[in-house]
Design a protein. Structure first.
Length: 430
């Protein structure tokens, strides 16, 4: 193991990588590496368009050259990370159109690190994976490209990310970190590294596979619980019972878990269960509960769309060419990220009814919405009114005070997916 002072390279500067790089930079020299030169230019100018790190905080750690002084230097040049001895990989791990794990970003980032890997270096993966990916998929790439031998010339660790995009309370340093290493000695080194910056503390798992498994079940558990309350919402809707009122009543018991119905998108909860399911199926086990939860949650956007149309018919609001206002397109509230949003499932079903749909989201960039999904969106309404129906899909703060009566026709349908509006003002909600 390399005993030189720690110099860290963080590979991938998105929602996970940038906050982590910023935090490490308060105590170590850090090179933030990303292949997106536009992103690098933006960060080196002191701006973060993901809004995860404030401009003031980012600028407080930025340095102007890849030196050995504490601070963060962002670069797209491979040569700038050659002097590092710890490499932390924070690239996304998506699924393909068939919901199969896509490890391409991990393979490519492993190839990148391998090109500069030296004896004694440690490679730590933070990307969400199924148990075995680090040692069975990533390590062989590192060995092949670098020509070095695992656990002899270089070592590995796994410390799953727990970032909650848009959450300004549970920031990276305030979230307890699970750590692990490819040997007991390396596990201690990895744990000490994170412990030096994570004020919430760390938990050293006995093996990399345990740490990988712990991460993937965290979000699978949430997915299953949300699927349960989504199913309850469907049942109670048929019984004409307010689901939120039921959950509030049940929540008076001390051990009742406070999950709410809704759309399950994003990069973790809607993806991680497929990683665990893939590994289970490779070993001859079909995970019934995990996949049933995924199927139910994946169908909620379509369900909501049909409920909206039913309500329009019941209120005798003409459906064809009706003006519909969609409030929100990002994958979660008060966050600009539109990737993996399930709000688009509502839109894709509603469009079959020949509706005139306006998407209003003050957080989402219209160009990104258009690029990702082909839909036009606006960041402000600019006086638009006379809507026949409103769908509140994302609970941005801006929507909580929006006067819907002033922008809608008298006979209208208001559907509250998130359950944040006054129930007396809405016609339906999950």
């Amino acid at each position: 193991m390399n005993t030189e002072p720690q110099k860290i390279a963080v590979i991938g500067l998105g929602y996970v990588g940038l906050p982590l790089a910023r935090l490490f930079a308060t105590k170590y020299p850090v090179i933030g590496f990303d292949i997106n030169q536009k992103r690098i230019n933006e960060l080196n100018s002191g701006k973060d368009n993901t809004l995860e790190v404030s401009d003031e905080v980012l600028q407080s750690v930025l340095v102007t050259s890849p030196s050995n002084e504490n601070g963060l230097y962002c670069s797209a040049n491979l040569s700038d990370i050659e002097s590092c001895n710890i490499y932390v990989v924070t690239v996304p791990t998506p699924v393909d159109k068939n919901n199969r794990p896509d490890l391409t970003p991990l393979y490519k980032s492993s190839e990148t690190v391998a090109k500069v890997l030296k004896k004694g270096d440690i490679v730590i993966y933070e990307s969400t994976v199924y148990p075995g990916v680090t040692e069975e998929e990533c390590i062989p790439v590192l060995e092949k490209v670098s020509g070095l031998k695992f656990n002899v010339d270089f070592f590995a660790g796994y410390s799953p990310e727990r970032i909650n995009p848009g959450d300004k309370e549970h920031t990276v340093e305030k979230i307890l970190k699970v750590t692990s290493g490819s040997t007991p000695e390396i596990g201690k080194v990895v744990d000490d590294l994170y412990k030096s910056v994570i004020i919430a503390g760390t938990h050293l798992a006995p093996t990399i596979r345990v740490a990988e498994a712990a991460k993937v079940i965290e979000n699978s558990q949430r997915d299953i619980n949300i699927a349960f309350v989504n199913e309850l919402a469907k049942i109670f809707n048929k019984l004409n019972i307010d689901t939120h009122a039921v959950l509030e009543a049940a929540g008076t018991k001390w051990n009742f878990l406070p999950f709410k119905p809704g759309l399950v998108g994003g990069h973790c909860i809607g993806v991680d269960p497929y990683y665990l399911a893939q590994k289970a199926q490779e070993h001859g086990y079909h995970p019934e509960i995990i996949l049933a939860g995924r199927r139910l949650n994946d169908g909620m956007g379509e369900y909501v769309a049909h409920e909206i149309v039913k309500l329009m018919v019941k209120k005798e609001v003409p459906v064809k060419n009706a003006k519909v206002l969609m409030l929100g397109i990002t994958f979660k509230e008060n966050c600009p990220d539109v990737r993996n949003t399930k709000a688009v499932d509502i839109l894709n079903t509603l469009k079959d009814y020949d509706l005139d749909i306006t998407i209003y989201d003050p957080w989402a960039e219209p160009a990104e919405v258009k690029h990702e999904y082909g839909w036009d969106s606006v960041k402000n309404l600019n006086g638009a009114c006379d809507f026949d129906a409103v769908v509140l899909a994302v609970s941005h703060n801006e929507f909580k005070t929006l006067d819907l009566n002033s922008i809608c026709k008298e006979n209208k349908v208001i559907y509250d997916v998130k359950g944040i509006l006054d129930p007396s003002l809405t016609d339906g909600r999950l």
